[in-house]
Ligand binder design. Structure first.
Ligand SMILES: [Zn+2]
Ligand SMILES: [Zn+2]
Length: 370
């Protein structure tokens, strides 16, 4: 597999340069000359949400990662509205995204952050992608009729519906140009850059909470811009989890949409990683970051910390095992015993966490340098 080509993609370059210019200057000039009405902002926002969520909950979590299963109607909705984002077909998008996960931060990663912020954000799209047209890593998608239909009609959908639909809404309100600008150009540029921020900002700013060796970062501010995709360290560590923000208070509208679809009977088999496994990963990532301090600590201190960490590791392993058993018992319908096992698992997790916090506070008390 080639890693990169130097062949420029002039269609992409033209589209990605012109749309934001028209979005900003065109919309401003037209609105100043013809007046602002609230339906314009409403149209842009509604389309921003429908299209943006079709990328995050659809292209990304459903099609690329199979984090849950969905009805054909849901797949078709994401396929149509996702096409309006002008980010290529599901097949193409998911195939490059799977390569990104597999080779993150290395040469084969199409939006490798090591090549710079702007490369990961947008410049990579200015070149012909060497992987185009192969899809060896997307055999499942090649068999999906919705995906293949969308792949065939992508450009038509993108242009006719992406720009025609908002212009039609504009006709209804008496200004088709305003509809085209607000719901078409401004919305396309906004969804583009919010998606691009996941590849640039979420690989630059924030905490490497779940994997200290990867460039992926957890960042609540980025999550706000990207429908929840800013919890990117978690996502890279556990890509098949349907959540990116794991706590209820994490801003993750994509996760809420998926839960809503489940409640409506349109989504099922939502995959989630067991709580103790998540905590264990968090501990190992923090350990990786703090480990250099062990060399600076006094011998006795270092020994004490090591023992604490070892104890925490043992308890985490026990919690993971109990959690697994609880899930098995639950699946078998042993209602009394799975509740008891779950209680034990939670207790083991709480104990592990306590030992771990203790070790961390001892470690952070050690100066970073001698
Ligand atoms: Zn990433
Ligand atoms: Zn992903």
């Amino acid at each position: 597999m080639e890693t990169t080509t130097t062949k420029k993609d002039w269609v992409n370059i033209g589209f990605l340069m012109l749309t934001p210019l028209i979005a900003v200057f065109g919309t401003a000039a037209w609105t100043l000359a013809h007046g602002f009405e609230w339906w314009m902002l409403g149209l842009a926002l509604v389309m921003y949400f429908l299209v943006g969520l079709s990328i995050t909950a659809g292209y990304h979590r459903l099609f690329s990662h199979k984090a849950y299963e969905a009805s054909r109607a849901t797949e078709a909705f994401f396929a149509v509205f996702g096409a309006l984002a002008a980010q290529n077909s599901i097949l193409q998008w998911s195939s490059s995204h799977r390569i990104h996960h597999r080779y993150v931060d290395r040469d084969w990663d199409p939006y490798n952050i090591k090549r710079g912020f702007w490369w990961a954000h947008i410049l990579w799209i200015f070149y012909k992608n060497p992987g185009n047209g192969k899809y060896e890593n997307a055999k499942d998608l090649l068999k999906n009729p919705v995906v293949m239909w969308q792949h065939r009609w992508h450009n038509v959908l993108m242009i006719v519906a992406g720009f025609g639909l908002p212009a039609l809404v504009g006709v209804y309100f008496g200004d088709w140009v305003a509809g085209l600008l607000w719901g078409g150009f401004l919305r396309v540029a906004a969804v583009h850059h919010s998606t691009f921020f996941v590849n640039s900002l979420a690989h630059t700013l924030g905490a490497p909470s779940f994997d200290a060796r990867s460039s992926a970062r957890d960042n609540p501010f980025v999550a706000l811009l990207t429908f929840g995709e800013g919890y990117h360290s978690f996502h890279h560590r556990f890509p098949s989890d349907f959540r990116n923000g794991i706590h209820w208070y994490h801003w993750d509208p994509s996760k809420w949409l998926i839960r809503g679809l489940q409640a409506a009977g349109q989504a099922w088999e939502l995959r989630r990683v067991a709580a103790p496994t998540i905590e264990q990963a968090r501990m190992e990532a923090a350990m990786e970051t703090l480990a250099p301090r062990l060399d600076v600590a006094s011998r006795d201190r270092a020994e004490e910390i090591r023992q604490r960490v070892a104890a925490a590791r043992e308890k985490f392993a026990r919690a993971v095992e109990l959690w697994r058993r609880q899930a098995e018992e639950r699946a078998e319908g042993l209602s009394k015993s799975w509740r008891q096992t779950r209680r034990e698992a939670r207790q083991a997790l709480a104990d592990a966490r306590r030992d771990w916090k203790h070790a961390v506070s001892m470690l952070t008390a050690v100066p970073a340098h001698a």
